[in-house]
Write a protein of this length. Structure first.
Length: 364
């Protein structure tokens, strides 16, 4: 018997453990297990970042991206009248690239550097280990419970955090609504739709998501995850900045996708070994933040945000001391971040804040 037999046998055992004697489960519960289960989850067993991983994020592409967020953070701190202590929480720090550049950049602003405490919120033990090996600073602490943030003001930041949160999917056909479930059939995963429960339908109605027929994606898991974020911002003052790929207007299509080795993967295959994400509905998150006592600024695309933060000027200054080869590499990387045909338009930025906060840099 060859290695392919043993791989199939191992995969069948993994699938059995995910379903745990049940034949079906809601899509979001299935995604939570496939992505985050301590023993079986994708993020627990793999370092997905970089050329050797499954995908590359903006902090991996260019440190200039990280510098722009750092400058935005310094400006936010100044707007809050330079508090002696301010907490910064990175949600889903990945391989630590962003945090390393943040620390280096903040050292150019000693007063801000001394005031800011950095917390990394990470669910993956594997990624936490990688981060701890790379980031050696008394400024940085790791947390698994956001309720441990007791003092403010507090600023949350998540780059490609929202897309990794499990979603529910519904299908509306005329006046009927169905919910998508993961289904175990002959040791293989498939997906089916079952009649949706009234309490789920009511949630969709609350956000006016049943206007058109088609697929409706609802981030119930994400809303629960962000409830603490909203409560902390309301109580302690501050805000949250999220950057991700997604759309502004509901388009009623299935956006669930899987990636492995920088290529699209069949969502039913390589379970636990491939990433599964969905496009972020920014309009819906804006409504969520506003309904939870915060103010959400109008969503802008990544190109607009980075240009308003001065990325073009920063690149010109940085490139002055570079040779031709380094200069070309820098410009091509930044081009990838801001070009509308690449990441500039597809990636969006949403900023939500305490109602008493007047900070709106890059959004006005």
């Amino acid at each position: 018997m060859g290695s392919s037999f043993y791989r199939k046998s191992f995969m069948m055992k993994k699938i059995d453990k995910i379903f745990d004697n049940s034949k079906s489960m809601s899509l979001d519960l299935y995604l939570e297990k496939v992505l985050y289960d301590k023993n079986l989850g994708y993020y627990q067993n793999k370092n997905p970042f970089g050329i050797k991983g499954d995908y590359i994020t903006a902090p991996n592409i260019s440190k200039v991206f990280c510098e722009m967020i750092a400058i935005w953070l310094v400006s936010f701190w100044e707007n809050l009248k330079k508090p002696k202590n301010m907490n910064f929480v990175e949600l889903g720090p990945g391989n630590g690239d962003f945090c390393l550049v943040l620390l280096k950049t903040l050292k150019n602003f000693p007063e801000t550097f001394n005031a800011i405490n950095i917390f990394l919120y990470e669910k993956s033990e594997k990624l936490t280990k990688i981060q701890r090996e790379r980031i050696v600073s008394k400024k940085v602490s790791w947390i698994k419970n956001l309720n441990k943030i007791k003092k403010g003001p507090v600023v949350f930041f998540g780059n490609e955090f929202l897309d990794a949160l499990p979603i529910k999917q519904f299908k509306k056909i005329n006046n009927d609504v169905y919910e998508r479930y993961a289904y175990l059939r002959k040791n293989k995963v498939d997906f089916i739709f079952k009649k949706a429960l009234k309490k789920q339908i009511d949630k969709l109605k609350n956000y006016k998501l049943l206007k058109k027929d088609g697929i409706i994606e609802y981030p119930e898991y994400g809303f629960k995850e962000l409830n603490i974020v909203c409560n902390k911002i309301k109580k302690l003052n501050g805000g949250a900045l999220f950057i991700d790929y997604g759309y502004k207007t509901e388009n009623n299509i299935d956006t669930l996708q899987s990636v492995m080795n920088h290529k699209f993967n069949d969502i039913k295959k390589n379970i636990g070994n491939a990433d599964i994400t969905s496009l972020v509905n920014f309009d819906l998150y804006g409504k969520y933040f506003n309904s939870n006592g915060l103010i959400a600024e109008e969503v802008i695309n990544q190109s607009q945000f980075l240009k308003k933060m001065g990325i073009i000027e920063r690149v010109k200054i940085a490139s002055n001391k570079m040779g031709q080869k380094e200069k070309i590499d820098l410009y091509s990387r930044v081009q990838r971040l801001i070009d509308p045909t690449m990441m500039g338009k597809n990636f969006k930025v949403i900023f939500t804040k305490n109602k008493n906060c007047n900070f709106s840099l890059a959004f006005k």
